[in-house]
Write a protein of this length. Sequence first.
Length: 464
Amino acid sequence: MTVCGWLWGRGGRNQKKSSRALTLAAIAVGAALMLWPAVVNGYPLVFSDTGAFLSQALNWIMIWDKPWIYGPVLGWMSLTQSLWLPAIAQAVLVSWLLWRVLRAMGLAQPLGHVGVCLVLALGSAAPWFVSFLMADIFAPVTVLGLFLLGFGGKGFTAWGRVWLVALTSFAIATHLAHLIVAAAVLAVMLLLRPRVVWRAALPLGVALAALVASNLVGHGRFGVSPYGSLFFLARLSGDGPARDYLQRACPQVGHSLCAWVGRLPTNSDAFLWDPKGPIWSSPGGPSALAAEAGAIIRATMLSDAMGVARALVGNTGAQLVQLHLDEMLGNNWLEETVALRLREHFPPAEYVRLRAGRQYMGQLRVIAAPMQAVQAGLLGAAALGCLVTLWRERRRDPRLAGLAALILAGVLANAFATGALSGPHDRYQARIAWLLWLPPLLYAMRLYAIRRAPSAGLGRTSAS
C-alpha cells in the first residue's frame, strides 16, 4: 500500500507538472499571436509620445501632461537595450490575463486559450495595441483586472491576489482616463456583487495615492491631475461653450485668455499643442494657465449647462464609433522623439531597427487598411453578441453576465473619459473596444463544452 501510494503521488505530481507546462506553453503561444503586428512591422509600434515616456525614465523628466507611471516602467523594462522587451512583456501579460479569465469561467484549456488568442489576433484590434508601446493597452487590462478581483473567486493564492492588485493599480494609474473607466466598472460591480466590491476597489485607491504622490514630488502640486483642466478647457473651447462664455464675460473677469477672445482655436489639439496657441504663448505655459482654466470651466458650466451637456454627449457618441488605427501607424515625429531617445540611451543597432521598420518607412497603414474594414464589421457583431450574452446569462451564469456588464461599462466610460473630456481620436476607443469579443466567445465555448459533456455540468459556474 505504501509503494502504491508513493507511485500514485508521484504520478499526480508528474501530471501537475505536465499540466503546468501546457499552461505556460499556451500562454506563450497566445502572447506570440498577439505580437504579430510588431513582427510584421519589424519593430514594436511606437508613437511620438513613446519618446516622452522614455524620457520620464531615462532622463528623469516629469512631463506636465503624463502621469509618471507607465514611462518609468517602459524605460526600465527595456534595460536600455531594446524596446522589444517591454513589447514582449505586454504580450505575455495580456495572454496571461485572458488565461485567468478563462480559468475563472471554468474554461481554461490550452487549445481553447490559443483559439481565443487567435480569434482576437486576426479579428480585433487587440494585437495592434499589445504591440504598441503606449499606455493604451492598460485600459482593457484595467477592466480584466477588476473583473478577476471581483469575480475570480478562490482561483488566486494570497500572493497571486497581491500581484493582481498591484497590476491593476498600475494599469489604472497609467492614464487619467483609466480612473473613470475603473470607477464605472466598480459602480456596476457594486450593483452585481456588493459584498466583494471592496476587494476590487483597492487598486483604484492605490492608483489615486500613486498619482497624488508623484504629482506632489514631481510638480509640487497636491492633486490627481494638476493640469487636467487644460484638456477639458480645450475641449470646451473647440465645442464652443467656453468661447461663448469668454465672449460674454471679458474683459470684466480679468482672465489672461480674454486676450484671445474672437480667435480661440476651434480645434482642441491646436489649443493644447500649437506653439503659437493660448497655452504655449501664455507666460508660464501650462503651469500658469491651469488654475485659470479651472475657473473658466466652472463659470462655463454654470452659465451654459445645456450647451456643455450637449457637447459631452455628442463627443461621447462620436468617440464610441471612432475606431480607426491610422494615427498610431504612421511616422509622425518619430525621428524627433523616439529616435532621439534611442540614439541617446540605446545601442546603435536599436536605432537602425526602428528606421528599418515598416511604420518608420510609412508602409504600415497600407498593410493594416484591409484588416481595419473587416475588424470594424466584426466588432459590431461582437458588441451585439456581448449584449445578447448579458441578457441570456444574467440569471444562469453570474460570472459571464458580470464580465459582459463590466466590459460594456468600461467601453462606455472610456468613450466619455476620452471623447467628452479630451476629444475624440481614432485610437482612443479601439484600444478597449476589442474586449467586446470576449463574452460571446466565452459563451460559445461554454455551449460547446456543455454539449460535449452535459452530464458533467461543464461550463457552468456560480458567483462565489
